[in-house]
Design a protein around this ligand. Structure first.
Ligand SMILES: NC(=O)C1=CN([C@@H]2O[C@H](COP(=O)(O)OP(=O)(O)OC[C@H]3O[C@@H](n4cnc5c(N)ncnc54)[C@H](OP(=O)(O)O)[C@@H]3O)[C@@H](O)[C@H]2O)C=CC1
Ligand SMILES: O=C(O)[C@@H]1CCC=N1
Length: 269
């Protein structure tokens, strides 16, 4: 599928993750334009990826078939009206702004704007993203396919109902941060027990990667796989007891819920 010219409004952390992932997935850099007001940042993106960067969002929209809205949710009410007039029926808006609903985006446009809302995550940088998306009131099947194709280039994609997107934000959108904390803390434990930091970090990283890969490839429930590690009277069950007492699972469940709640709040701004 030909995606045509892709424009980014905002070239920050998530914008860069997608740009890098897309270029890795063989989208030519000359097809990617970025509107980024921070000049140093714009220069950096051009140097790193060869993409065309400027500060003029209207120009980026004019030159693009698909526009990714990659600015903070709080900026949307200011930034979107400034570029909305440059959209016509030929252009698809793909918003990744946390919490901002398709209905809230559509009000800035005349007629029947084609809007798809996506919640990606930064592992898209490594081609290992997890994204979920839904379409707005006027986006057709073809628009959903285009967005699916775009994000499949940088990881996995699920189609969900819009009411589920805040949950997705709390789980996989914010989730990489939780996992980095787990890796960091496990490595610190290794250091406490005498390992050099680089070895500890490499072992912690590969353990998380390998465990995730096994969940995915085996199709087993994680609880079954966990029990396979726990030898009776052994080391792991001693650690699992500690994690249960300290409330690791409850803390993660609550963390996903807190982030989802915050996503809903951002949508009310
Ligand atoms: N980071 C993540 O892991 C994820 C983020 N998201 C969503 O992606 C969006 C972007 O997040 P993130 O990349 O982290 O944020 P960043 O702040 O890193 O990036 C946003 C960029 O947009 C720039 N910007 C501000 N105003 C405009 C404008 N009018 N036109 C063009 N660019 C502008 C900002 O410049 P300046 O800094 O100078 O203001 C900044 O460089 C958010 O809506 C977030 O909810 C979704 C999934 C995951
Ligand atoms: O923290 C945030 O608000 C964004 C949305 C999901 C991940 N980062």
């Amino acid at each position: 599928m030909e995606l045509g010219n892709i424009g980014f409004i905002g070239g920050g952390n998530m914008g860069e993750a997608l740009i890098k992932g897309l270029i890795k997935s063989a989208i030519p850099a000359r097809n990617i334009r970025v509107a980024e007001p921070n000049e140093a940042r714009a220069r950096q993106l051009t140097e790193r990826y060869g993409v065309i960067c400027g500060s003029d969002g209207v120009e980026v929209v004019r030159q693009s078939d698909l526009v990714v809205l990659a600015i903070k949710p709080q900026i949307v009410p200011v930034a979107l009206p400034a570029i909305a007039g440059a959209f016509d029926d030929s252009k698809l808006l793909v918003s990744i702004a946390a919490g901002v609903t398709t209905a809230a985006l559509e009000v800035y446009f005349q007629g029947a704007p084609r809007v798809v809302r996506v919640m990606p995550n930064t592992p898209a940088l490594a081609g290992a993203g997890a994204a979920a998306l839904c379409s707005g009131a006027h986006a057709g099947k073809e628009d959903l396919s285009i967005a699916l194709h775009l994000f499949e280039g940088v990881g996995t994609v699920h189609v969900v109902s819009e009411s589920q997107l805040d949950a997705v934000t709390g789980l996989s959108g914010s989730g990489p941060a939780y996992v980095y904390m787990v890796i960091e803390a496990m490595a610190a434990g290794g250091v406490l027990e005498g390992l050099p930091m680089d070895t500890a970090l490499a072992l912690a990283t590969q353990t998380v990667l390998g465990a995730a890969q096994l969940v995915k490839e085996s199709g087993e429930h994680p609880a079954v796989l966990r029990d396979q590690v726990c030898s009776p009277g052994g080391t792991t069950i001693a650690a699992v007891k500690e994690l249960e007492e300290k409330g690791l699972r409850a803390a993660l469940i609550k963390a996903v819920s807190k982030a989802a709640k915050r996503s809903r709040e951002l949508g009310r701004n």
